[in-house]
Design a protein around this ligand. Sequence first.
Ligand SMILES: Cc1cc2nc3c(=O)[nH]c(=O)nc-3n(C[C@H](O)[C@H](O)[C@H](O)COP(=O)(O)OP(=O)(O)OC[C@H]3O[C@@H](n4cnc5c(N)ncnc54)[C@H](O)[C@@H]3O)c2cc1C
Length: 272
Amino acid sequence: MGMAMTTEPTEAPRKRRPRIRTLEVRRAAHLTAGIVRVTLGGPELEGFDTPTPTQHVKLFLPEPGRDRPVLPDPNLPRGEGPQPLMRTYTIRRLDLDRLEMDIDFALHSWGIASDWAANAQPGAVVGIAGPGGRPCPPDDSSAWYVLAGDEAALPAMGTLLEAISPSIPVRLLAEVPSANDRLDWNRANLQVTWLDRAGDAMSAGSRLEAALRATTAPAGSGRVWLACEATAMRRIRRHLLDGWGLDPSAMVTRGYWKQGEVNYPDHDYGED
Ligand SMILES: Cc1cc2nc3c(=O)[nH]c(=O)nc-3n(C[C@H](O)[C@H](O)[C@H](O)COP(=O)(O)OP(=O)(O)OC[C@H]3O[C@@H](n4cnc5c(N)ncnc54)[C@H](O)[C@@H]3O)c2cc1C
């Protein structure tokens, strides 16, 4: 008996939507006065791709006062239906054995994500999609690394510090809201400079800029990774090109947020 031949209807290829996973807060604890580490977990983390340093997730958060986040509906065209509340956060640590992920939130005066993290309780539900962002594998042939950033960039700098070969000297400059926001970095071959903003939020990035202007590039061919407020990032990037004489290929510069803007885009590399 012959098999009937069927013809599959041909469908226009659809742009793949990232999978959204629903996770719960397992615990939340202050790392410093202004930084809260939230550990998310749950069975849906199974199979999450191992991120390279600095990669991020898109975090879907509940509206204030709600228990569950609105998640994008894969059956609706983008932009239609209830709009999810989404922010970008670095994957600080992924532990697939425990099905856990750490995210470190810098608290600032107001913001959906900052307010949510400040009050996060075990059992609270969020959505995540990722990992996203250009892969940023460390370069083992680099003579040195300079890592520079503000409190929003501390988690990404942490992932880089863990990945850069211990034999490569690292100079880390971190601008934070107050002296109570310093972390205890442990690594051989590491020189750390903490710059305190002393509560002057509007000047974010200017102490980082001044510190980088006050020094020249270390000798030899090395690499810079920088992330901070977007306008300050552009000024610093200019100085790295003109003052330090770095080639654009030797640096990654990123605007992580911008004064006065909500949910700043995740792909501002200042290359304009
Ligand atoms: C790739 C990438 C990775 C990131 N990783 C992290 C991370 O691991 N941890 C982290 O804390 N942040 C991280 N950020 C920054 C974070 O996405 C933004 O700070 C985000 O805007 C915070 O959302 P929100 O809802 O709290 O504030 P929003 O609603 O977006 O903004 C509300 C107001 O707060 C201001 N604002 C936003 N962020 C800050 C800030 N950091 N300091 C002072 N004022 C601010 C805005 O200008 C606006 O006026 C990352 C950003 C990118 C692009």
